[in-house]
Design a protein around this ligand. Structure first.
Ligand code: CTP
Length: 403
């Protein structure tokens, strides 16, 4: 199961300005395949109406402890029974205080007290309320009680002040939920990866590059984080947002990429080379812009180091994964690269299928043979590839085949 797909999430919206962001969060959760049931407190309903949440979630909205719509009249019990989590977003200072004292005087607090699923709160309040000793005590108690706290963030607040206390943005909350529900199969592992193209300068304004979008590498980086890994992503120039939880080192050329990889490598358990590294770079880089002369010109190229082959050739290499994007004879070239570079796993694809787009069709090559994966989005494929890596890293007796 994907980390959010098919999950039942009870989203409680309490009375803070950030309630407007909860509407977007519902939309994102539903888009990710979650079944969302909104509990709206009286304060929350002052900011956004139940109609909005009902329309976005496709489910009835619950506000009243005495709501007679639930067959047994016990919404406070039934709502959490088959839920995967209750997420309170935004959670006001007041609701946090009431939770830690075990109050049960409305639907939300009663629901939380009677729950048998994880409780997550995403605080949202003015910076002084967040820093008040009472709130500090209350948040410490929440942690003690095993409640998960997402955020808050710091920045500009609705009141015009700047500081800690803003609710995390809906995208960040979704990303944290994905990690929360992730498999944890890469927990404790450090992953170093490369992604995107490289740019090999000819002069200050020109260079050689390729059409790699970086989408597959970025999706893999995120999937590793969701599976619990610490990830360092050495990235060539791409136009993609940094995935939540990933540490990115931005580089341009293959030589810079190589240097950044070796700097990040100590302690790495896994190295994944996804970047479309330029095989050649101009022998010389002109200091100033080259002027046209009307004559033909020759550019001398020299080979770049093969970063992946160098990492895999270390005396004690991490678990090395390579990518092979080919235009023909995929099996021959992908398996050839695996053996030639001494890799544990190669992810092969035909360029006609994946380049630049959001979907791809790949075949995994490892010591046990070839494993075609069903065509899917790069995000879904990334989760499956990470799962495959995690399986291969298990002690031999525990390895099961997938794909
Ligand atoms: N790779 C690398 N450094 C290079 C070239 C490739 O780390 N200088 C890595 C890529 O990130 C990828 C794998 O090696 O994981 C295969 O890259 P690819 O460009 O398909 O293969 P090459 O070995 O360069 O062979 P060719 O270009 O001839 O297909």
């Amino acid at each position: 199961m994907k980390s959010i797909q098919g999950r039942k999430i009870v989203l409680a919206v309490t009375g803070g300005v950030a309630a407007y962001k909860a509407a977007e969060l519902v939309r994102l959760l539903v888009k990710a395949g979650a079944n969302v049931h909104v509990v709206l407190t009286e304060g929350g309903a002052r900011f956004v109406t139940a109609v909005t949440f009902q329309a976005l979630s496709g489910n009835p909205v619950w506000s009243d402890l005495w709501d007679a719509r639930m067959a047994n009249n016990m919404a406070h019990i039934d709502l959490s029974r088959d839920a995967d989590a209750i997420l309170i977003a935004p959670a006001t200072a007041d609701v946090i205080a009431r939770l830690v004292h075990g109050l049960a005087d409305d639907l939300l607090t009663t629901l939380c007290l009677a729950r048998d699923c994880p409780l997550i709160v995403a605080p949202a309040m003015n910076r002084q309320m967040w820093e008040h000793p009472a709130t500090r005590r209350n948040v410490a108690l929440l942690h003690q009680d095993g409640v998960t706290v997402f955020g808050p963030d710091s920045g500009e607040q609705a009141c015009g002040e700047v500081g800690m206390g803003r609710m995390l943005e809906p995208e960040a909350l979704l990303a944290q939920l994905e990690t929360f529900f992730g498999s944890g199969r890469m927990r404790g592992r450090k992953v170093v990866m490369t992604a995107g193209p490289t740019f090999e300068a000819i002069d200050p304004v020109r260079g050689i590059t390729n059409t790699s979008s970086g989408k597959m590498g970025y999706a893999l980086a995120r999937a590793c984080v969701v599976a619990g890994a610490e990830v360092v992503l050495v990235s060539g120039p791409v136009a993609l947002p940094l995935p939540d939880g990933v540490r990115r080192v931005e580089v341009q050329s293959a030589l810079q990429m190589r240097e950044a990889v070796f700097e990040a490598l100590p302690g790495a358990d896994v190295f994944i080379g996804v970047a479309a590294v330029a095989d050649y770079r101009p022998a010389d880089q002109a200091e100033h812009k080259i002027k046209k002369s009307g004559e033909s010109m020759t550019l001398t190229l020299v080979p770049n180091p093969d970063i992946l082959a160098e990492v895999a050739g270390l005396p004690n290499p991490p678990f090395c994964v390579g990518f092979a994007a080919e235009s023909r004879d995929l099996d021959k070239y992908a398996e050839g690269k695996r053996q030639g570079k001494r890799l544990r796993l190669v992810v092969g694809n035909l360029v006609q299928h994946g380049l630049g787009g959001d979907d791809n069709q790949v075949v995994l090559y490892d010591d046990h043979g070839r494993h075609p994966l069903a065509p899917a989005s790069k995000v879904e494929l990334a989760a499956r590839i990470v799962d495959h890596i995690a399986s291969l890293m298990l002690p031999p007796s525990q390895i099961t085949q997938n794909g």
